[in-house]
Design a protein around this ligand. Structure first.
Ligand code: GCB
Length: 600
């Protein structure tokens, strides 16, 4: 009897504790996994009836139990995943289900899968991203939850899985909140859903958790870094190899389970013209983890940016994670190839991935294509600067962005914010984020998209206190669209009184593809073309101009853009329409970049 009680108590306590969210598996695509992408059943739940009872307290028998309706039973069950409609995952519900176009709230998703656990292995359930809040359940038990729509997370679900049939249920909620990051107000679609890959990875009991490999910072001729196991066991042997460089070393972990290295090597450096990547192999016991790594340096001096010690001009464009040729969130490798090929064709060597971390395929494809990357967190416009929870959320997203992509040499800039209002609280918030980013990674540059103060006597001045905390001064400006006319570009002057390189992180204007007219007529391709011609002449007069990322490569969905017949809920500032047709402005940029490339 006593034993039964202890067992029951144990089972009860077990059911109470959630699985811990564990550090992200670095290089998820290099692991052994099964994909849980595909058809998921879904139930739309605007009142969160599957979670709360009528007194608004969480239910014990919520939809996460995935109960089966039995007609003969007296037990009333008013939902049924198995007969509910299904949706392809990854995706966003707004573009997949017409009735959910504007929907913001809860949708429950369920997926069945079979698995057979192997002795001595752990199982990690990985989500590339879920927007915005995810509560995850396996076989009816809560595994954990996550806030933030653009960063990956994973849980150790080993003890939740059974041999044979399993199911996973995710409660996804994309309601906006004033304290959220981003907050309630933004100029892009708040696509809800499981928007990136879902994978079930299989790793050994003790596995390679993370690693960092890069050129030694202050010593040329060396590669350094570390490999970390998910344990604090010391004296573990790890083999590290870069075959093409004939590098093979046996590393030993210290008492934190980490092994550091510092090895002599002269790798060919990664450049946009020749994006050389090396196969890297890390072995620990029977686990073999492979990656492709590039090596480069990125620095600034005075008003210039240097890649591998050579001055560069960042020929860029801003991109939203918006699916080409269809509507909705982009998520696949194919989407990445399409978007980035358009940038390449325009003459880019750099892309600004706005306004949140994009999916990992984007970064990996950019690296292979030779595109440098600016990666950003959604600290956008006016968030709650005084709210500690908001700060914690932003900090976590910054951490996770850097954690996932720290080995991607193409990423050269971490951006901590976009167009934020000047003020003491905001300065404290952002300077703290900037310091944190440097603690995590001192090998890249920090920036943020600032704003110039309105022109007095046509002098546009950058006066942001944050200039001290960034390596690159970036700002957005919209002369010819929100301010002044295209003509007025001729008279504008620029005052950037700090000795740092400058990037114009946004400029542009709207055009409906296929609408032509006089170059003074708004929304025509001709107007946008003229705006680009005049802006480029104007921006070339900025001292220290080291890069551009015009707004934006492709038209994108935004609820702020309501003009019928023109916008129809699209921001039309794309240089390419959402159906992949290039506007006249695209070719202005292409000519400009061709010329710039010749100068560097
Ligand atoms: C901006 C924002 C960007 C908007 C853009 C616009 O300054 O940074 O998110 O979409 O302007 O089109 O107004």
């Amino acid at each position: 009897m006593k034993r039964v009680c202890i067992l029951l108590l144990g089972a009860f306590l077990f059911s109470l504790c959630e699985a811990k969210e564990i550090p992200l598996l670095s290089n998820i695509y290099g692991r052994s996994y099964i994909s849980l992408n595909g058809k998921w059943n879904y139930i739309v739940d605007p009142l969160e009836n599957g979670y709360y009872g009528y007194r608004l307290t969480p239910k014990k028998n919520g939809f996460f139990l995935n109960e089966k309706v039995k007609t003969s039973s007296s037990n009333l069950i008013e939902y049924n995943f198995d007969t509910a409609q299904s949706m392809d995952i990854p995706s966003d519900w707004n573009s997949k289900d017409e009735s959910l176009f504007f929907y913001e709230g809860t949708v429950w998703f369920k997926r069945d899968f079979d698995t057979r656990k192997k002795a001595g292995m752990k199982y990690v359930l990985y989500f590339g991203a879920v927007n915005y809040n995810a509560k995850v359940y396996v076989n009816g038990r809560k595994v954990g939850e996550h806030e933030g729509g653009y960063t990956p997370f994973n849980f150790d679900v080993t003890k939740y899985l059974i041999d044979g049939h399993n199911f996973v249920v995710v409660k996804v909620d994309n309601k906006r909140h004033p304290e959220g990051v981003p907050t309630v107000n933004m100029d892009w679609w708040n696509y809800g859903g499981i928007t990136r890959d879902v994978l079930l990875a299989e790793v050994p009991e003790i596995y390679i958790e993370d690693y960092q490999i890069h050129l030694a910072k202050d010593m040329s001729g060396y590669i350094s870094g570390w490999v970390k196991l998910d344990t604090t066991l010391s004296l573990q042997n790890i083999e590290f190899e870069i075959p093409e460089l004939q590098l093979k070393e046996f590393l030993r972990t210290d008492s934190s389970g980490k092994a550091t290295f510092h090895l002599q090597a002269q790798p060919e450096l990664w450049t946009p013209e020749k994006p050389k990547l090396y196969d890297v192999v890390i072995r620990y016991n029977k686990e073999v983890l492979k990656d492709e790594i590039g090596f480069r340096t990125i620095t600034t001096k005075g008003r210039k940016i240097y890649l591998n010690g050579n001055p560069i001009f960042l020929r860029g464009v801003s991109i939203h994670e918006e699916a080409p040729f269809r509507q909705g969130r982009a998520w696949s490798k194919e989407d990445a190839v399409t978007l980035l090929s358009w940038a390449k064709e325009m003459g880019c060597n750099y892309v600004r991935l706005a306004h949140y971390p994009h999916n990992e395929h984007m970064i990996r494809v950019a690296e292979k294509m030779g595109l440098m990357v600016w990666s950003e967190i959604p600290v956008y416009w006016t968030i709650q600067w005084k709210n500690k929870k908001t700060y914690g959320n932003a900090k976590r997203q910054l951490h996770d962005m850097i954690y996932r992509d720290k080995n991607r040499c193409c990423v050269i800039i971490w951006s901590i914010a976009n167009e934020t209002p000047h003020g003491k609280d905001r300065d404290y918030f952002l300077s703290s984020l900037s310091k944190y980013a440097r603690e995590l990674d001192n090998s890249r540059l920090i920036s943020m998209a600032m704003e110039v103060t309105k022109a007095v006597d046509n002098v546009n001045e950058l006066k942001d206190n944050m200039h001290k905390y960034v390596d690159i001064l970036s700002f957005n400006q919209y002369i010819g669209w929100y301010r002044g006319t295209n003509e007025s570009c001729r008279d504008m002057k620029w005052k950037i009184p700090f000795e740092k390189p400058v990037i114009v992180s946004e400029f542009g204007g709207g055009a409906l593809q296929g609408k032509y007219g006089d170059k003074t007529e708004r929304w025509t391709e001709d107007y946008q073309e003229e705006l680009y011609i005049q802006n480029l002449k104007m921006l070339d007069r900025i001292e220290g101009l080291s890069g551009l990322s015009p707004w934006i490569l492709v038209d994108f969905r935004s609820p702020r853009r309501q003009l019928p017949g023109i916008q129809d809920f699209f921001n039309r500032k794309g240089l390419i329409s959402s159906w992949g047709i290039k506007k006249k402005g695209y070719f202005v940029m292409q000519r400009y970049y061709k010329n710039k490339a010749g100068l560097y």
